[in-house]
Structure formats: C-alpha cells, structure tokens
Design a protein around this ligand. Structure first.
Ligand code: SAM
Length: 188
C-alpha cells in the first residue's frame, strides 16, 4: 500500500503536464513548491503562499538553490487571496496542494484554520481547470487540527458530485492520528 505522502505526490504528478500552473497553498519550507516546480517544467509556473516570513524566505531559498526560481512566485499572504492572485493567469491551473497544520520546528501556534482553508478551496474550485486536482494533507494530532479536520470534511462532503469528485485516503489502524489525504478532482 502506498504511504500517504508518496500518494499525495503521485496524485499531483498525475495531474500536471509541462507548461501548466500549480499552486502550493502552504509553502512552509518549500518542499512541495520545489516538487511542483519540477513537475510544471521550464514553461510552467508555481504560485506558493505562506503567511510567515520565515516560510517565504525558506521557500525562496530552496527554489533558488535548485535553479527554478524563475518559474516560482512566492506570495507572503494568506491562501484565501488565491483567486485574486491567479486571476490574470492564462495557463491552465491543474494542481494545488495544502499541508495543513503548523510548520514543523517553528511556532506551533501559527496554524492553518478551517475558515480560510475552506475559503481558499472554494476559490480554487472556481479558478482551476476541469480535471484539475486539489490535494489536502490533513494533520489532526493537535487540538486545532481536529477542529480544522472536521470543518474541512464537512465542507468537502457537501460538494456536488457533478462538480467535484472527493476522495479520502489514509491508514485506519495506525496509532497517533496519522495524517490522511483528501483529494478533490474538479469535474465541471
Ligand atoms: N508543505 C510545507 C513544507 O514542504 O515544508 C509544510 C507546510 S506547514 C505544515 C503549514 C504552513 O501553512 C505553515 O508554514 C504556515 O505558516 C502556513 N499557513 C498557515 N495559515 C496559512 C494561510 N492562511 N495561508 C497560507 N499559509 C498558511
């Protein structure tokens, strides 16, 4: 069985072609931003959001070190501004990823929250190409993570199946609240 994080990458990879646009909604240390930048290739583009200046700096440094900074825009703002940011983007937006929770090794009180995550999801569903995927990795070991998990699940379960297919993937017999994935494929 494929583990949760490799499965998240597989889903993203399967939905991205060279020249397309992908979005890292929670840049953190930039690991996913770099992964997406490699997937979209030289002619594609990645937008990466984070509210912490530390994360913005770490992400910029990572993509610069790998020589792909010209295809990445790092935005020091909340991901619920995504629609306004990508409004002028002419290329199809086919993949987006969220890693919910806090930045490991950093201030644990700065976490994602259900209301902004859901606002961002709703905007993404408007701007993305049909067939595009949104992958959300849900960490629910901490208290605010449990609240956000329930809010996000409530929202995605209510999406019309004609508009979006929603998948949940995770191991159900692991200790310590392992992360799980919710993937949304835009259908219409
Ligand atoms: N994917 C990242 C990596 O590769 O290192 C880890 C992301 S970490 C689990 C979650 C990140 O979300 C934190 O860096 C935090 O600052 C950021 N964050 C929290 N609320 C946010 C918001 N409203 N908009 C954008 N980023 C946010």
């Amino acid at each position: 069985l494929m583990r949760v994080l490799p499965f998240a990458k597989q889903l993203l990879h399967d939905h991205i072609e060279e020249g397309q646009v992908a979005i890292d909604m929670t840049a953190g240390n930039g690991h996913d931003t770099l992964f997406l930048a490699n997937a979209v290739g030289e002619t594609g583009h990645v937008y990466a959001f984070d509210i912490q200046s530390e994360a913005v700096a770490a992400t910029k440094a990572r993509v610069e070190k790998s020589g792909v900074s010209n295809r990445v825009t790092v935005i020091h703002d909340s991901h619920d501004t995504v629609q306004a940011v990508v409004e002028k983007e002419a290329r199809p937006i086919t993949a987006a990823v969220f890693n919910l929770g806090y930045l490991p090794g950093s201030d644990k009180s700065i976490t994602t929250h259900g209301n902004t995550t859901i606002a961002a999801l709703s905007q993404l569903l408007d701007v993305m190409a049909v067939g595009g995927v949104i992958v959300i990795v849900i960490y629910h070991g901490h208290e605010s993570g449990k609240v956000e998990r329930d809010e996000v699940l409530h929202y995605v379960e209510s999406l019309d199946q004609k508009q979006a297919g929603v998948l949940r993937y995770g191991f159900i017999n692991q200790v310590n609240h392992p992360p799980f994935i919710v993937a949304i494929e835009k259908r219409a």
